[in-house]
Design a protein around this ligand. Structure first.
Ligand code: FES
Ligand code: FES
Length: 162
């Protein structure tokens, strides 16, 4: 058994230690936001966060993950209550087929947790490893910009009222 903390919940997982995290998320924990694209660390469809870092879950064996915090797109919000990045991706209509989107959102989340006020160039550079076959990159970049701006506005509003 390997113990994995995913979205704040600890799961005892019965799987070979070499199993990629992506397979455990999708097949054992019913968290199917992260997608299998290339399986080689080259497309980003499987991106989740591990200890705050955007991570390709298709090439990350679960043996290296005990004691580390894993976050998936399901940890950011729900269909009824989407989180800021999820709302921004909807508002900008950033998805075409949607296959890349969970990975895009998790890579963006990792950026905004570290750098709440990224420049457009920083957003572009950070998002580079994740590919979108539908070519909605410009809308994706706009969605990340929108989420960053809204998160900062909400933060400064809560500081004023708090
Ligand atoms: S499926 Fe993991 S990087 Fe492509
Ligand atoms: S929306 Fe289709 S791959 Fe990105």
């Amino acid at each position: 058994m390997i113990s994995l903390e995913v979205n704040g919940r600890v799961h005892a997982v019965d799987a070979d230690p070499a199993t990629p995290l992506l397979y455990v998320l999708r097949d054992q924990l019913a968290l199917d936001g992260a997608k299998f694209g290339c399986g080689l660390g080259q497309c980003g469809a499987c991106t989740v966060m591990v200890d705050g870092q955007a991570t390709f879950s298709c090439v990350t064996p679960i043996s290296v993950l005990p004691g580390r915090r894993i976050k998936t797109v399901e940890g950011l919000g729900t269909a009824a209550e989407p989180g800021p990045l999820q709302r921004a991706f909807i508002a900008e209509q950033a998805a075409q087929c949607g296959y890349c989107i969970a990975g895009m959102i998790m890579r963006a989340q990792a950026l905004l947790e570290k750098n709440p006020a990224p420049t457009d160039a920083e957003i572009r550079r950070h998002m580079l490893p994740n590919l979108c076959r539908c070519g909605t990159h410009m809308r994706i970049l706009r969605a990340v910009r929108r989420a960053a701006d809204e998160m900062r506005a909400a933060e400064s509003g809560s500081r004023r009222t708090g």
